[in-house]
Design a protein around this ligand. Structure first.
Ligand code: ZN
Length: 508
């Protein structure tokens, strides 16, 4: 007797759920590696992680998964196109194809080359020596081209790489939205640079003892809805959020006693990622219906809380008096307006990770355009530094004095992460568009009154319902259409930036 549809489906789900549980064990070890692992344990941890990665790959590429998918795809499924079963089959197929289409030799070659390339990149950046990194980047671009060919794509090889991070997105779509964004953002940034009001950022660099920063940050994270009974906040060098499983989400930050912004906005950012992870449907853990939609949507949740909420006036109308009580000697003489202007400083600068929320997008657009050209052969790696500097000047009005402050600054390419950068700006765009919809649904003045009272629960519940619970039921574009009524557009982000910055800087 042939197994029934239900039998195929339940064995399929059991297998990928097991793979997810195994993956989450690697998640715990990965978190530990970046927070508490003793220095001498690094090599052994590497062995543990490699074993888990191998087992996980074996589970994902087991031919049984392919057999179940074939059987399920050849029968009419008993639920709707966005029903749980149909969605899980569709999305598991996508992931399975990607896993089996990549030749083992290519996967191993990529792992080997990128491990070494990251080391070479670190040294090349420290020595400000692009020539040293160049052969490695050439190898990586060639391997990523092979990866795109192996996976298959329409139109542009970039789409094959993008699909890993932002399922169903296309380079053509992103190119258009980014171009429109850059067209208005570049003049806005230069207008702000010449504005009458100048931020006094010295107030952010007074003495901020770490223990008090930690308490204040934890209170803010809890207030916006990060559940400390289902998560924790620890310290690390490169902050991240790790959603391990139901009831377990770890966020991290890094404290600087002479700088308030770094840890505080970092905590809000990671808490935003964490609130998304905590909002996924636990019933569907380990399956696409219980997984995050895309990296762009993930990033929208962190940036929504960090910027749209955390750098807004109503948020600080609640928190600023409390901040003054926490750091009385620093802030007794500082007004709310001065504070808002300082935490919203816009200034073109060379380093992406230090950029403000407006200029940040120009850094991303630059990388996205260069990645497209590198991948389709329009730009040779040897010509990258010149191309970087020329575009940087056009977009940000500055020319990097050296490659360490230019094309050598990010780790992504050395790790093989081509196609990842656009998800950051997609996050800003989705955040603005979702927030516009939340204001419409919940009432703008009511929502602001909530924030002034330190109550963020209605916004959080709205995000839980609209964005978190659906998991991967729809693509990011479709989710955006359903929640906001429109395709992804640059206008909500531009509108938000102008509406915030023009009065703050005394222009417009
Ligand atoms: Zn993030």
């Amino acid at each position: 007797m042939q197994p029934t549809i239900d039998a195929h489906y339940s064995d399929l789900i059991a297998r990928i759920r097991d793979a997810a549980i195994l993956g989450s064990c690697a998640g715990v070890l990965g978190w530990d590696e970046r927070t508490y692992l003793p220095r001498k344990a690094a090599a052994y941890r590497g062995e543990q992680m490699a074993l888990l990665a191998r087992l996980s790959h074996e589970m994902w590429t087991d031919p049984k998964i392919g057999e179940h998918l074939d059987a399920l795809e050849s029968a009419p499924l008993p639920d709707a196109p966005d029903g749980t079963m149909t969605v899980n089959v569709r999305e598991i197929r996508r992931l399975y194809n990607r896993a089996v289409k990549l030749p083992k030799s290519l996967v191993e070659e990529l792992a080997r080359v990128t491990t070494q390339a990251q080391q070479e990149w670190r040294e090349a950046r420290a020595a400000n020596d692009f020539a040293r990194f160049r052969p490695w980047l050439e190898k990586i671009v060639a391997l990523k081209q092979q990866e795109a060919e192996a996976v298959g794509y329409n139109d542009h090889p970039y789409n094959a790489l993008l699909d890993e991070y932002e399922p169903n997105a296309t380079a053509a779509e992103i190119r258009q939205v980014f171009a429109e964004l850059a067209r208005e953002l570049t003049p806005l940034v230069s207008a702000l640079a010449e504005a009458p009001h100048r931020p006094n950022t010295e107030i952010l660099h007074r003495d901020y003892p770490i223990d008090r920063q930690r308490l204040f940050g934890e209170q803010a994270a809890a207030a916006i809805g990060f559940d400390f009974q289902a998560g924790r906040l620890d310290t690390t060098t490169h902050p991240f959020c790790s959603g391990i499983g139901p009831g377990d989400c770890r966020i991290t930050t890094r404290y600087n006693p002479e700088s308030f912004n770094e840890a505080f906005f970092g905590i809000l950012h990671e808490a935003g990622h964490g609130i998304y992870e905590q909002g996924l449907d636990p019933e569907h853990f380990g399956t696409p219906c219980g997984s995050y939609c895309s990296l762009g949507i993930h990033e929208s949740q962190s940036r929504l809380w960090e910027n749209q909420v955390g750098r807004s006036r109503p948020f600080w109308e609640h928190f600023f008096p409390r901040l003054q009580q926490t750091f009385p000697t620093n802030l007794a003489d500082v007004s709310l307006d001065d504070w808002l202007l300082a935490i919203n400083e816009v200034r073109p600068s060379f380093i992406r990770v230090e950029a403000d929320e407006a200029t940040y997008n120009l850094h991303i657009i630059l990388r996205f355009e260069l990645e497209l050209d590198l991948l389709d052969g329009n730009l040779k790696v040897a010509d990258l530094p010149a191309a970087w500097n020329e575009r940087f000047q056009k977009l940000l009005g500055l020319t990097p004095p050296n490659d360490a402050l230019g094309c050598l600054q990010d780790i992504h390419w050395s790790g093989g992460g081509i196609g990842y950068f656009p998800t950051y700006t997609l996050g800003n765009l989705y955040a603005a568009q979702l927030m516009e919809a939340a204001r419409r649904d919940l009432g703008e003045s009511d929502l602001e009154a909530d924030f002034r009272r330190g109550d963020f629960s209605r916004l959080k519940s709205w995000l839980n319902d609209k964005v978190h619970r659906p998991g991967r039921r729809w693509s990011a574009q479709e989710l955006c259409r359903r929640v906001t009524g429109e395709h992804l557009r640059p206008q909500p982000l531009l509108h938000y930036l102008k509406r915030k910055y023009e009065p703050l800087y005394g222009i417009g």
